[in-house]
Design a protein around this ligand. Structure first.
Ligand code: TRP
Length: 410
């Protein structure tokens, strides 16, 4: 049944909302440490190839399902987006925390040791961690409550272009630091000897995460597309913006990491432990801009995660939008609170969603479009019999192979 649904209020807002869902902590926080853990430029190349060859067709599948059915997504997706929303809000909370600290000039003259201690202190302080997470989740809820056009569409239309400009400025700033050259080389000179099977799986997982695939974010957003808006147009631009943004944030972070003589393979704490030190000598404006960028990017993504669950509750359980947002807020606050207090739970949620649930979701969307939907209907969206064949045969096989890599040691 094709339901009457809201829209984003225009093609620009629609593409910005999708790009906003994609551009997020995945680009600024996860991508740089993945690059650092998996060997630099070679990983970036594999990542870009994954985005174009595997993730873009999957994006089309998700969007085709959403647009053709104009409806919410399946149960698996609801569960995965809810879990991601919960642990994502913990990291979103750190960005709130760091923004507040930078507003009060908190990084001036900080040493590496102090920055580490500060991060450890934040992660260990239950009250601080949970209250910042609640602020983040609350902001997310406020935007979603305002609706698809006046909340999500408006927020994305205004904030995403600003975000791009701010990130570009940061990348220029960082690349002009003394000692930045090594960082730039790290990002552009590939060393394929450091590339393992695991890194390839990580690159695919990262491209799914970064493009918000496999949990119904794109599906739900596509269900708000107007008849005349094109799935391939939306997909192409979203992948373009997301990839460019990830690479630009690499250039904002890695040169600074190298300039400060910090290990690039530090893992999830990389951005939060190292940047305050780098910023300590730069005056007060750079850290404020940086953590504001992280916060806006994180919000434009978390709203897409919350919207998946809210749209389901509104359509299927006939809750009002306000009530649905409130209910999900409370539940996510509980799981998010638990993730904030138990780092192991946080790690498990991240692993299970990126390595299992998102892969299963992507596979399901791909099979639904390739094997269940009539060929003619699919072709009316993508217009390429070759791409249709890829979706039918190649992508499912690739997802299965790559999804299995982390479970074997290679
Ligand atoms: N893509 C976002 C990021 O890069 C996060 C996100 C939003 C997401 N919706 C998602 C991740 C759905 C996985 C699935 O930060």
């Amino acid at each position: 049944m094709r339901l009457e649904r809201g829209t984003f209020g225009g093609r620009f807002a629609m593409v910005m909302a999708m790009a906003g869902s994609a551009v997020g902590l995945g680009n600024i926080w996860r991508f740089p440490y993945m690059v650092g853990e998996n060997g630099g430029a070679a990983f970036i190349l594999v990542y870009v190839v994954c985005c174009l060859l595997v993730s873009l067709p999957i994006f089309f599948c998700e969007a085709i399902i959403g647009k053709s059915q104009r409806a919410n997504t399946c149960y698996l997706s609801i569960v995965s987006s809810f879990i991601i929303l919960s642990f994502y809000s913990v990291v979103g909370g750190w960005s709130v925390d760091y923004l507040l600290r930078s507003l009060s000039g908190g990084f001036q003259g900080q040493s590496m040791e102090q920055a580490r201690e500060m991060f450890a202190g934040i992660s260990a302080s239950m009250v601080e961690n949970i209250s910042c997470m609640l602020v983040f989740l609350g902001l997310t809820a406020l935007i979603v409550v305002a609706g698809v056009e006046k909340g999500i569409g408006l927020f994305s239309k205004v904030s995403i272009p600003v975000l791009f400009i701010m990130m570009l400025l940061l990348a220029f700033n960082s690349s002009s630091l003394e000692g930045a050259k090594k960082g730039i080389e790290y990002l552009i000179k590939p060393d394929f000897s450091s590339l393992s099977g695991k890194a390839v799986a990580a690159a695919l997982g990262q491209s799914f995460f970064s493009l918000s695939l496999g949990v119904g974010s794109i599906l739900t957003y596509a269900s708000y597309m107007k008849e005349e808006e094109s799935v391939t147009f939306a997909g192409g631009w979203t992948v373009f913006f997301d990839t460019v943004f990830a690479i630009v944030s690499g250039f904002a972070i890695m040169p600074a990491v190298f300039a400060a003589g910090i290990e690039p393979g530090a893992g999830p704490s990389l951005v939060f432990e190292t940047l305050p030190v780098i910023f300590s000598g730069m005056g007060w404006i750079v850290p404020i801009v940086f953590f504001l960028v992280i916060l806006i990017a994180a919000l434009s993504s978390s709203i897409s995660l919350l919207e998946v669950v809210v749209s389901f509750l509104v359509d299927e359980k006939h809750l009002s939008r306000g009530r649905a947002v409130m209910d999900v807020f409370l539940l996510a606050a509980i799981l998010g609170g638990a993730c904030a207090v138990f780092p192991r739970l946080f790690g498990i949620c991240d692993f299970v969603t990126s390595n299992v649930l998102m892969m299963l979701g992507a596979l399901a969307f791909c099979l639904a479009v390739g094997w269940k939907m009539p060929r003619e209907e699919v072709l009316s969206y993508i217009r390429s019999p070759f791409l249709y064949k890829i979706i039918r045969y190649a992508i499912p096989v690739m997802i299965i192979i790559i999804a299995l890599i982390p479970f074997f040691d290679c």
